[in-house]
Design a protein around this ligand. Structure first.
Ligand code: HEM
Length: 219
């Protein structure tokens, strides 16, 4: 890895860890009056089903963010293939849980219908790209698996981009509902474009064949 790539990777990991640890802030506030929950109605906050989905979403989302970034380190991955696989199971399980719970809480977004549509589409894409990554590795299609994982982690990274854009939108005078309506789309659409450009450069232009197959080793 070149020096510039190392530096980029360092900041990438730093953001993932920083935002991945953010849900811990909810622990310190007695679980309720924190972050976006502050903008919810008392009726919604009384709903155990909503709160269960919310905490399931943020805890499994945090696990996904914290475990995912290290999976892209090629040298480490090749050296610790078994550990990569265990961490991979943890990652995909976290994404499945967090995306389903994320879809449920999206229906009650403080950004209203627009927020619900933006976060809802993101949750569905997050789930599908995860499913395709798993399906491809089960068939032994390593390159296809890698590509779907890059797309999937680009969407996981929406949790980071959201927390960069939202404070800026609030600073220029929007309220939380307006800010969420914008970031419900802004946090993931540029990420999809960036990951597609990266995949194009890494696999297509460099001529790597995507039909590479491995025999999946069990255990
Ligand atoms: C990528 C797919 C994701 C979707 C679709 C999604 C969806 C949502 C939705 C709908 C909300 C509630 C917003 C509202 O009520 O207006 C929310 C809040 C939250 N999400 Fe996610 N999320 C995703 C990823 C993640 C990840 C990876 C994390 C890991 C840290 C995370 C952590 C949180 C936290 C902590 C909140 C509470 C809001 C705050 O205090 O900032 N989310 N998410």
């Amino acid at each position: 890895m070149e020096q510039k790539q190392k530096l980029l990777y360092f900041f990438f990991a730093l953001f993932c860890i920083g935002v991945g640890l953010y849900p811990l802030a909810y622990l310190s506030s007695g679980f309720r009056e924190q972050g976006v929950l502050d903008s919810k109605s008392q009726k919604l906050l009384m709903s155990n089903a909503y709160l269960a989905a919310f905490y399931l979403h943020i805890s499994s989302g945090a696990l996904a963010l914290l475990t995912g970034w290290s999976q892209f380190l090629k040298s480490w991955r090749n050296k610790h293939l078994r550990f990569h696989r265990y961490l991979g199971y943890l990652y995909v399980t976290s994404v499945f849980i967090s995306s389903i719970a994320g879809f449920i809480i999206a229906l009650f977004s403080t950004g209203g219908t627009i927020g619900a549509v933006g976060f809802g589409i993101l949750a569905v894409l997050w789930f599908i790209t995860n499913l395709l990554a798993v399906a491809n590795i089960k068939k032994g299609k390593v390159k296809e698996h890698e590509k779907w994982m890059i797309r999937n982690y680009g969407l996981t990274f929406s949790a980071v981009t959201l927390r960069i854009y939202l404070p800026i939108l609030l600073m220029i005078g929007l309220d939380i509902a307006q800010g969420l309506q914008i970031v419900a789309f802004l946090c993931w659409i540029p990420n999809i474009m960036a990951t597609e450009a990266y995949i194009q450069r890494k696999y297509v232009k460099s001529g790597i064949q995507c039909s590479t197959k491995i025999k999946v080793i069990n255990g």
